[in-house]
Design a protein around this ligand. Structure first.
Ligand code: NAP
Length: 288
């Protein structure tokens, strides 16, 4: 299949391209000049590229992912996450391409007190979450065949993510203060990329939740990362969200249940601890 990937230079996008290339014709796009340049917020460019390339499917990874940046600059967040996705969805509809849109646990408010299923009603409490939900709505309304894949707490040995920040911080600090009252599901970007590649050509369109299995707090996640990296000399102190003020209100409990895959008998996500072990081993190779 001809598959166009947006945000192909990002943490997830580059793994999606790597996963696709063995079986599909991949067209990587991003704002960066390393691949076909495509600014999703530019309507004319989106239509020009999609009409020229005529993909059968678009895996839409591009987004403004700086959550606090979105809160500070809502216009940019809506321009990229909502209008950008609206552009991609309209252009996909015009060439009858299917679309896989990567969305987020931040569409939920975190008040449910138990894991969120695909059947729960979103209620975002941040600009990032609201702008990504607006993207979901565009995809649902405009595309005949869509996959919306909500994920959370992505990490990889490249890009900007929590585990890399923790490992970097542990090089210069012997004590780290980490929020222990927000809970979610870590997701190894490589596992999510494999899930997205698997959706190519699948007749089972609709909404999915995907993460690694199990859930934890940022504090547990940090302990798991440092333990696996053998950095036992670094002390991790649990703190409350209110002791780590940020511009964004984040959901306190945004654990995603993969209910759809569970009911299909196909939920094969591995535990987050196993993914962290592979991440550390890959990170050790990358940094050498
Ligand atoms: N990271 C997480 O924890 C997380 C959690 C839940 C859901 N997600 C979703 O997963 C997807 C992938 O996330 P990620 O962490 O891989 O993001 P990322 O590393 O920030 O990659 C996103 C890519 O999109 C590019 N981009 C930004 N604005 C663009 C525009 N106007 N046109 C085209 N490309 C643009 C970025 O370029 P620049 O770097 O130059 O801006 C970057 O290369 C996103 O849709 C995100 O919302 C992420």
């Amino acid at each position: 299949m001809r598959v166009l990937v947006t945000g192909a230079c990002g943490m997830l996008g580059r793994l999606v391209c790597a996963g696709l290339k063995h079986e599909h014709h991949v067209i990587p796009t991003d704002v960066l000049p390393e691949c076909e340049v495509l600014n999703i917020a530019d309507t004319n460019s989106v239509f020009e590229v999609i009409n020229r390339v005529r993909p059968e499917m678009v895996i839409h990874c591009a987004a403004m992912t700086d959550v606090d940046g979105c809160e500070r600059d809502p216009d940019s967040a809506y321009k990229i996450n909502a209008i950008g996705t609206w552009n991609i969805a309209c252009a996909c509809a015009s060439v009858d391409a299917s679309i896989a849109y990567v969305s987020t646990d931040y569409v939920f408010d975190g008040e449910k007190g138990e894991p969120y299923t695909e059947f729960d009603t979103p209620n975002p409490i941040s600009v990032y979450g609201a702008s990504k939900l607006a993207g979901e709505q565009a995809v649902r309304e405009l595309c005949r065949k869509y996959y919306i894949v909500r994920t959370s707490w992505l990490f990889a040995p490249h890009g900007k993510n929590f585990p890399l920040s923790i490992l970097r911080a542990a090089e210069t600090n012997k004590q780290l203060r980490i929020v222990a009252d927000q809970f979610g599901c870590p997701t190894y970007a490589k596992d999510l990329a494999a899930f997205l590649v698997h959706l190519v050509g699948s007749p089972l369109s609709g909404v999915y939740h995907f993460s690694n299995s199990g859930c934890c707090s940022w504090y547990d996640f940090a302990k798991g990362i440092l333990g696996e990296a053998g950095k036992t000399d670094v002390e991790v102190l649990p703190i409350k969200s209110e002791d780590w003020p940020t511009p964004t209100r984040r959901p306190m409990f945004s654990v995603l249940r993969h209910y759809r895959m569970e009911l299909l008998g196909r939920d094969g996500a591995r535990p987050w601890q196993d993914a962290v072990a592979e991440f550390i081993s890959e990170w050790n190779t990358v940094k050498q």
